[in-house]
Design a protein. Structure first.
Length: 130
């Protein structure tokens, strides 16, 4: 159970336990667990949704080795912008030089608009780089 969630569940009057399958807020893939939202969610919970900032296992592994630039649509803002699905990893030592202020957060990532990422990567944009 997620440490942030209350251990008691108040059932939704119409949807009961009101389950959803959490998705990773970083890559958008299903995490493989189930969240019971109960009455904490107004209305019927969608099949999939971001419920917290806990990364999936794959993103955790990437974050151990690299800083993730997560591409979002131009003009998107807020805590949960629309992700395009394109993610770039930068070696941690280089990323600390480029983004020193971002390493205070416990997650090693940031959102970057598509037009900015295209300018940064130039001809490498869209290619798989290892």
């Amino acid at each position: 159970m997620n440490k942030k969630m209350n251990k008691s569940l108040r059932l939704h009057p119409k949807y009961g336990a009101n389950p959803t399958m959490p998705t990773c807020m970083f890559c958008g893939k299903e995490r493989g667990d189930i969240a019971l939202l109960g009455n904490n969610y107004k209305g019927e919970a969608p099949k999939n949704m971001v419920v917290d900032d806990e990364p999936c296992d794959e993103c955790k592994q990437v974050m151990e080795k690299a800083f993730m630039l997560i591409e979002v649509r131009d003009g998107e803002s807020g805590a949960n912008p629309y992700r395009t699905g394109y993610i770039v990893g930068i070696a941690l030592d280089r990323a600390k030089e480029i983004f020193p202020d971002l390493f205070e957060d416990h997650h090693r990532c940031c959102f970057i608009e598509q037009s900015v990422l295209k300018k940064v990567l130039g001809d490498l944009y869209g290619k798989e780089i290892t």
